[in-house]
Design a binder for this molecule. Sequence first.
Ligand code: F6R
Length: 244
Amino acid sequence: MKILRAKDYADMSRKAANIISAQVILKPDCVLGLATGSTPIGTYQQLIKWYEKGDLDFSQVSTYNLDEYRGLTHDDPQSYHYFMRENLFDHVNIDQANTHVPDGSNPDADAACAEYDTIVAAAGYPDLQLLGIGNNGHIGFNEPDDHFSKGTHCVDLTESTIQANSRLFDRIEDVPRQAYTMGTQTIMSARAILVIANGEAKAQAVHDMCYGPITPSCPASILQLHANCVVIADEAALALCPAE
Ligand code: F6R
């Protein structure tokens, strides 16, 4: 695991966008695993700027998102389908047919998750997987548990995640209680992983991911076993980590 120190959110976003750009330039038909949430918004904005300058071409790229709330339609402004269109897909020349997000609108959890596993496997798994990290150490929506998950599955969101995500909803009651998420094993199947984190609320999770024991009570800690994982975090998120 390589840890890169960023000065602030803007620096973290630029560094992350540089790594994603390099992937797209080196392999124009690459498979990207993508994340939603507040953390990657600056990274996506930087990628859009470089696309507008003519430095990036997404026409052959395909993408697979980590997760989606269960019960939201693709057009629901709170859905991750909508988030990805708003924050990236509608602003670059990606073929939207090549973008994939678990189908939260399918009430049949087993069918929706099995279908997603099939298409991620058929794509050969991401060349590069972008991850944020939850305050409780979750990756995707793989919440702290007594075992590491495998494929895509339906999860009950923890109270801490519901609280953290309620900032994006009018009322906490509106936050969906379940989500479909790629499993930990699927995430680990990516050939390269890029984790981004900023802000003091992430400090404990970032410490435990990088320096704690490898345990499903901090799902991100399994990334210590990945052969090609880069963490880019700002000073606040690295506050509890050794200076190195
Ligand atoms: C989002 C996802 C989550 C977030 C995490 C951090 O697709 O998989 O694991 O990356 O909850 O969220 P933010 O960036 O909003 O702090």
